[in-house]
Design a protein around this ligand. Sequence first.
Ligand code: ADQ
Length: 493
Amino acid sequence: MGISVESFAADVLTLLNGRQLIVVSNREPYQIKRHNTNLTLEKTTGGLVSALDTVLQQSNGLWICWSGTQEQGCDFNDLCRLAELNRVALPYRIQAVRLSSEEIQHYYFGFANQQLWPLFHYFPFRHAFSEEDWKHYTMVNYKFARAVAENAGPEDLIWVQDYHLMRVPEYVRQFKPKANLGFFCHIPFPHYEMFRTLPTRREILQGILGSDLIGFHTPLYARYFMECAEFILAGEVKVLDDQTLNYQGRTIRVQAFPISIDFNAVNALALQSSVDEAALQIRQALQPAEFVGLGVDRLDYTKGILERLECIALFFKRFPQYRRRLVFVQVAVPSRMEVPEYQRMKQDIDEAVGRINGMFSEDGWVPIHYFYRGYPMEELVAYYKAADFALVNPLRDGMNLVAKEYCAARPDESGALILSEMTGAAYQLTESYLVNPYDHPQVVQTIYNVLNESPRERQRRMKSLREGIARDNIEAWLLQYVGAFLDALGQRD
Ligand code: ADQ
């Protein structure tokens, strides 16, 4: 299933035809870890980094990012210099933009994560505008743009990632009017009625519109963006067709590119005997339960973890015959704990797990097993393999890669995916068991239906899901984006 990494990288390199790719993101693609005098390189987990790794290595590419996690008083740039001295080679050039702790507080934890994130996920009541946050967001975006402009040659493709850096395209264009600029939004783009509540709505749109190609996960997000641009920048933006608009004399393409995972890598992990063994051990540890349900997320209110726990409680109330027969495992990786909202949510989840377990536990059976930590991919895949169903019920999610990873980790085509309609993934994974995450009785009934579904029907669905994910994998995503980027530039020039 799928194509080899080498042939895929060769295809992207052919498309690039000698041009350099410059990726710009908030997070660094590699972390340099220091253990006393030893330095090691660790690749950041995630599809984007793994898809771009070979391409950037072979095309003399550059990654520009925030200097990120500070280790023992050193930031990424210090560590890069140390790495050089220690002959630890970075796989390609990585340039870090140095930010002060005040900038990080206001730009990252403030504007990006307490304003844009909740608003774009339809939680307007969690969003409060702060001029100070906005000022720093603007300044940091300007810093990133300057770093890009200092490094980009006239032919290079500059690809800006995500909501942290929405003003970067406009600023880069001010420095370099002819720059080749792409932008990709990893979170949903909201409807006009939601987006227009943002006080700096014009500036955010103008920032993104510095690009030649603007990518979203779904056609609906792309349409919402076009509508926002058309209504909010009326008179400045002219919509030409459903994928093209004109702004400041430039033709700009707006398109959907649904991101995916490295299907082959997850599938191969799931076939390893050590992972199989780990999955068996997980099942044994959960005995005497016959059935295992699973939730895996970054700890975030958009993921619907609290709502999921309430659904599990309702399930045991409605279907008491499953008490002692089903265990639900929730694995949550800590995230953004500097933001008070996330600290409160962690407390709420701890309390809900305690309350539900207190209510239902009997004879050594505990209904919810909760793990608050990050796992290496092998262990995560062992959990995916051990679970009869995954419950992926975000209240809103740009795409959701966990849903795709779960299917990729089921080479024997067993298992069932229960998936929220409010995820970008729901547009593609139509053979999953789709639910409205706000409709708890429906979610509960779906869990029951899945457990009582014929193995043949479950397998039919899983087979079809896996085929789709194997075909539309992360490599296909990258090829499509780069192809469309070059088309958009051809249309512009
Ligand atoms: P996220 O909000 O982080 O991504 P998601 O797409 O589900 O959400 O990816 C989460 C990743 O974290 C998965 O690859 C998963 O394996 C990993 N993960 C989760 N729990 C973990 C744990 N306990 N230990 C280790 N790893 C864990 C944002 C958007 C999404 C969009 C992606 C990509 O919010 O909508 O799909 O970017 O564009």
